[in-house]
Design a protein around this ligand. Sequence first.
Ligand SMILES: Nc1ncnc2c1ncn2[C@@H]1O[C@H](COP(=O)(O)OP(=O)(O)OP(=O)(O)O)[C@@H](O)[C@H]1O
Ligand SMILES: [Mg+2]
Length: 246
Amino acid sequence: MWISFHSYKGGTGKTNISGNLACYLVSKGFKVGLIDTDVSGPGIHALFSLKLKKTLVDFLQGKAGLDEIVYRHSNEELYIIPSDATEEDISSFSKDPSQAKEKLQSLLREFQSRYNLDHIIFDCSPGLNRSSLLVMSMSEMGIVVSTLDKQDIRGTYVISGVARRLKSKPRILFNKLPKNKYEASKETLEDLSRKIGLEPIGVILYDDAMADAWSRKILIQEYPNSQYSKQIAQLWDRITHSAGSP
Ligand SMILES: Nc1ncnc2c1ncn2[C@@H]1O[C@H](COP(=O)(O)OP(=O)(O)OP(=O)(O)O)[C@@H](O)[C@H]1O
Ligand SMILES: [Mg+2]
């Protein structure tokens, strides 16, 4: 399955969720591709401590082939395509949007077949931008990550409207929920998801270990029994259940 993570505002937790979900799936025996399409503010290379040489940006500029931009993580079945920071949007490396989609799609098909991948996870850039919407239109499961911050909620509502026009049906995942408010806010969350117009795909509570890690640790590897890690496992269950529904 191709699964992409989006958000309106930055910092909602996409990079850490993408990285942890990828590692979780590898621990379950899947072969996984993880791709950082956030070329304006990439983060996957930092989370996985990659020493960057060539990246997705070089590929899109025609300066590198697929094998040069794929980094295998710790000899595991996890294959990462990182990004380097650039001022451009990924769609601007091509003459027109349809060409950009074509180029990315053929990269992904080659990535999937050459590395025999079961799943590909996309960490997208925040905001309502072309590259994030392009990836959303290609993935089978788009997930918008939001906190309960009013700015996030309003922005998520905007993304929902645009996604509907593009005939995408992203799900909504609430992250960084205060633990003590979760039980009381369950109904509010359902209500909120309905108003925003996105099917809920779960919640991840605010987690001190995650906050303290500052993206220097992959929690699911360092603390597989932590609350955050368990919620990543639950997220995967919800994704597989939700994937079949219209
Ligand atoms: N559930 C959580 N509890 C506490 N802190 C969290 C949680 N999820 C993420 N964080 C923290 O929030 C910060 C931002 O996370 P992350 O980089 O994954 O977000 P992002 O959506 O990828 O940001 P950007 O949009 O800037 O790329 C990190 O410091 C991370 O540790
Ligand atoms: Mg990020």
